[in-house]
Design a binder for this molecule. Sequence first.
Ligand code: PEP
Length: 253
Amino acid sequence: MRTPLVAGNWKMNGSRETIKELINGVVEGAKVLNGIDIAVCPSAIHIADVTEVTAGSNVAVGSQHACIELKGAFTGETSIDMIKEFGCQYAIVGHSERRTIYGETDEMVAKKFAVVKKTGMIPIFCIGETLEEREANITEKVCAHQIDVVFALEGDNAFEGAVIAYEPVWAIGTGKTASPEQAQAVHAFIRQHIAERNADIAEKVQILYGGSMNPMNAKELMDQKDIDGGLIGGASLKHEDFLVICQAAQVSI
Ligand code: PEP
């Protein structure tokens, strides 16, 4: 039995004041939740404020991004060691916004994945197809390739201690959600693809769905056999909505 994970991706939103209100609301509401993993991923500059509030709670913190290099002359970047020092346990890698807007390739994402694992943190590895790729019936091929680049770098046990987020690009921030059946089919494929390298890791790895998950559709999605929680963008910006999604994860156990 896998523990569900609900992770909020706050993206580039909020001020110090609104972020403090948001995290206080999440931590307060999460006190009555158990049996699930909960995480929030604020912007890097808000991480210290957030970890101050989450200390001692059941809410973990993650970064949305980390530099591919460990240290040195990389103006504007934040290293994974810096992120870890501020109390983060997770780091999102390969989010489609990083891939499309900032040109992160599969190879760069795989290298970041390796850097995050090396520090003992948990990568939330995002994969997924664009609308054109879905319409061309190559969703599985695209996801398999994104995964295989990580296997090529890290070997057959690459996904031990990692989280995968299946995020169809056409569903992110668009209000269009994959149907539970569509999402389950891809999640099952991802698990099977990992099982071809290591069946034990495939059985244990948490595979989250991301793409316009909200309080209305969360339960139906998380009731699917291979959907182990969600990576939530827009709906994680209101603590009430985020907590409803966490409750849906709790009842899906
Ligand atoms: C995301 O950006 O990871 C995401 C899933 O966003 P949204 O929930 O807003 O679609």
